[in-house]
Design a protein around this ligand. Structure first.
Ligand code: ATP
Ligand code: MG
Length: 271
């Protein structure tokens, strides 16, 4: 009787040890699975590792390579997010500049967290990628005809004022791909990688620069308006379009020079 008891206890221990041995290699996955269901409740994307996110790509906005990041739409159980992944750019560029670009864009998105019309930062899955809110819309350049351009641009001007009031100048609004139209006629701004932050109160030069870049943003918005709805331009806006500040000229030359140089030095094929 006694020996039977001992045998069955040993059997239980052996069975438990075998189970543990089988389960342990999957411990990470189990952790992922439990945190995954938690995420569905808490909308917390931070627990999902980078490689898992890449298994849930449903659309590629931009294919990476050279100096460009992959920009991917992720869908997990109907929850959407956009992954901007600098791991996809050429190794030199991604390794050296990726972390810097991610930290700048993440910093801007954090600053703009309370604004509706800019994506919320969800997570930085690694030092070269960031995951953000999906803004369901179409880039301005692809939109075509819109009978409500006037209302749209009034809202867009308000949004840009809010962005500036929070200490961020976008600096790449000339590209019609960085301004989106979301339903119902709501503007959204993406791609803050080239942004400039407002300096501290005492830093007069940095604050002056910030004002100049904010002005360049406003001019870029007028340019976008001219592109899709030229009839809406006021006489003042027409005048502003012909004006280019000294800073805009310097920034353009420096920006193009830096881009060309970094592409030549850090990417395989200069694009
Ligand atoms: N949060 C977002 N929600 C919806 N669409 C987005 C979002 N972020 C980016 N996109 C889409 O992906 C496109 C490319 O993204 P983005 O502009 O950030 O990359 P990029 O222009 O390649 O970047 P970079 O200027 O850093 O080279 C955008 O034009 C837009 O259509
Ligand atoms: Mg862009």
């Amino acid at each position: 009787m006694r020996s039977n008891n001992v045998v069955s206890r040993v059997g239980v221990i052996v069975a438990m040890a075998t189970c543990a041995q089988r389960i342990l290699p999957y411990a990470n996955d189990l952790h992922y699975a439990s945190s995954f269901s938690l995420r569905a409740l808490m909308d917390d994307w931070r627990v999902i590792p980078h490689d898992r996110l890449r298994q849930h790509v449903i659309h590629t906005y931009r294919k990476g390579g050279g100096s460009r990041a992959d920009v991917l739409l992720i869908d997990i159980d109907g929850h959407k997010a956009v992954l901007k992944d600098h791991n996809a750019s050429d190794v030199g560029f991604g390794k050296l500049l990726g972390p810097l670009l991610v930290s700048r864009e993440a910093r801007a998105l954090r600053r703009l967290d309370r604004i509706s019309g800019t994506p919320r930062l969800y997570a930085t899955p690694d030092s070269r990628s960031l995951l953000m809110e999906h803004m369901p819309g179409k880039p301005l350049g692809q939109f075509g005809d819109n009978p409500a351009w006037e209302k749209f641009f009034v809202k867009f001007e308000c949004l840009l004022r809010e962005v500036h009031a929070n200490g961020v100048a976008h600096c790449d609004l000339r590209s019609p791909d960085n301004a989106l139209i979301c339903a119902p006629n709501q503007p959204a701004i993406v791609d803050f990688v080239a942004c400039v932050f407002r300096g501290r109160r005492w830093n007069i030069i940095s604050r002056w620069l910030f004002d100049q870049f904010s002005r360049a943003d406003r001019n870029a918005l007028i340019k976008l308006k001219k592109g899709v709805a030229p009839d809406l331009l006021t006489a003042e806006e027409e005048r502003l379009l012909t004006e280019r500040t000294a800073l805009e000229r310097i920034a353009r030359v420096l920006g193009a020079g830096f881009r060309n140089l970094s592409r030549r030095l850090l990417t395989k094929n200069a694009e």
